[in-house]
Design a protein around this ligand. Structure first.
Ligand code: BLA
Length: 512
């Protein structure tokens, strides 16, 4: 039932993903005080450097990772301003054996050092980043749709990471995701064109991903390594790992990944106008490391893609509104001529339809009702007007699913699934109503989003186990009303009222 659903989803929303208390074990972490004395260590310290975490607490950094590594890091720390985003300090060799990329960030009252185990025995090399980003920019210049730009980014990120599947995933108004571009290695099946329900990525995760633009899950089968002690000694609360690169992720999500047969995943946030527009989501069937330098490249590609999408959307929006304005201006030119308002309006009927991408339009002035194009029968329109005048209180009203809000809507879905009603008098029940026909469409979901597969151990909704295409057919909706269309409709009304006022004054003058 929808009740259990609401309960389940709110438990997803409450997963404390910023304060998991642990990290992913492909590296270790230390928190330090200003004097580089260790405050906390991850419990896997011993596996990585042979010292138990309790043995490290209260010790200077050099005692834990050796003099050479500690000196290098201390020098870098002295020369760099460390803020909440992890910065690369260098690659250190600990106990002449293992190499680690060291990331530093200062957050939640402590300095956190993260040591990511790496294969290479040298420093990270960021030099290839610039040609890569430069080439990407050049190629972007030759594309002109969001989909084409996204496809380029997907290819590029797959080349950088070596992952098997890279998808660009766009959120719609309801938060559902749509795969709009994809790059695949041999043997990986496609999710292109599929929808994923909003609940796959809960609210707090979206919030975090707007702040922290990249995350990596190295191996979905990992055993988390807890921080010791569990509470941040400075704040007395669990550490806020929002910006930590090794942050352990939600166990529910790890199950989701295993169900999807992807053991490694990386996702890069696409933030457009300050909002999470989508993600670049990367999968690999087997565990797969992506070192900091590659992640940085991916983060930059993601930022460039987001900026390009932003400017493309701005340009499209502008063009769309400009077109509407042209139609509106030409209509108003015609409306100022004749004497009778209704006659005047009927002379611009075709333009009115185009103006609001409608199938039909009706004008209601007192007892007069005039329709054009594909509209419901007059009696139904009059009934609708009665309802509107109680419901919309003289404001503009729009819906793309009338049957959902209006009891008699179901009988008029064919030509009036969508309506936009514009009151055109301040005193009387005068309306202009545009009607949009039903557009039956199908959604290919990656797995049935309505399937209940039982509660998990914590009573939460468990991730679905099948991602094979599940087709849903949507009835009773029209294409949605665009903000520009609503705003221009209001402008049109203002102009109409202006014309009416002028007309009334002229009449008064004539009468004198
Ligand atoms: C996180 N869910 C995520 C993330 C993605 C998805 C990309 C971000 C972490 C990452 O980079 O892997 C979902 N992954 C997808 C989708 C695609 C993909 C949609 O590749 C499609 C292409 N998830 C559930 C349910 C719950 C849930 C039912 O399915 C809740 C009970 C939770 N998902 C969940 C949580 C996170 C998450 C809590 C945050 C993980 C974290 O960052 O700690």
């Amino acid at each position: 039932t929808s009740e259990t659903n609401a309960y389940d989803l709110s438990t997803c929303d409450r997963e404390p993903i910023r304060t998991p208390g642990s990290i992913q074990p492909h590296g270790f972490a230390l928190t330090l005080a200003g004097d580089l004395v260790v405050l906390q260590a991850s419990e896997n310290l011993e596996q990585h450097v042979g010292i138990a975490p309790t043995g490290a607490l209260g010790q200077p950094l050099a005692r834990v990772i050796g003099d050479a590594a500690a000196t290098l890091l201390a020098t870098e720390l002295g020369a760099t301003r460390i803020a909440e985003r992890p910065l690369y300090l260098g690659t250190v060799c600990i106990h002449n054996a293992c190499y680690f990329d060291v990331l530093a960030h200062r957050y939640d009252s402590v300095l956190m050092l993260e040591f990511e185990s790496v294969e290479r025995r040298a420093s990270a090399d960021f030099r290839n980043l610039y040609p890569l980003v430069g080439e990407f920019l050049l190629k972007l210049n030759d594309t002109n749709t969001t989909e084409a730009m996204s496809a380029l980014a997907a290819d590029e990120i797959r080349a950088v990471t070596g992952y098997g599947r890279v998808m660009v995933y766009h959120f719609d108004h309801d938060g559902h995701g749509h795969v709009i571009a994809e790059s695949l290695a041999d043997g990986y099946h496609s999710y292109f064109g599929q929808r994923f329900p909003a609940t796959d990525i809960p609210r707090q995760a979206r919030e975090l991903y707007t702040l922290n633009r990249i995350r990596l899950i190295h191996d979905a089968n990992y055993t988390p390594a807890r921080l010791v002690p569990a509470l941040n000694p400075v704040t007395g609360a669990p550490n806020d790992l929002s910006f930590a690169a090794l942050r352990s992720v939600s166990p529910v999500h790890l199950q989701y990944m295993r169900n999807m047969n992807t053991l490694a995943s990386m996702s890069v946030s696409l933030v457009v106008k300050g909002k999470l527009w989508g993600l670049i989501s990367c999968h690999n069937e087997t565990p797969c490391p992506v070192a900091f330098e590659q992640r940085t490249a991916c983060e930059q590609l993601g930022q460039i893609l987001a900026l390009s999408i932003e400017s493309r959307e701005d340009a499209n929006e502008l063009e769309f509104r400009l077109d509407l304005r042209r139609i509106m201006v030409s209509m108003l030119g015609g409306l100022t001529q004749g004497a009778n308002f209704i006659d005047n309006m009927s002379s611009v009927f075709p333009a009115l339809l185009k103006f609001e991408r409608a199938g039909g339009v009706a004008i209601i002035v007192d007892e007069h009702l005039l329709t054009y194009g594909d509209t419901p029968p007059d009696a139904q329109i009059r009934e609708l007007v009665g309802w509107l005048s109680t419901k919309a209180h003289g404001d503009i009203f729009h819906t793309d699913q009338l049957s959902k809000v209006y009891a008699h809507g179901a009988q008029m879905t064919r030509n009036a699934s969508g309506i936009l009603a514009l009151p055109i008098s301040r005193i009387h029940k005068h309306y202009l109503i545009w009607f949009r026909p039903e557009v039956i469409h199908t959604i290919d979901w990656a797995g049935n989003p309505h399937a209940k597969e039982g509660a998990g151990p914590l009573g939460q909704l468990t991730p679905r186990t099948s991602f094979s295409t599940w087709r849903e057919t949507i009835h009773g909706t029209s294409i949605p009303w665009h903000n520009g269309e609503l705003e221009l409709a209001l402008e049109f009304r203002t102009a109409l009222l202006g014309i009416a006022l002028e007309r009334a004054e002229q009449m008064a003058e004539l009468a004198e």
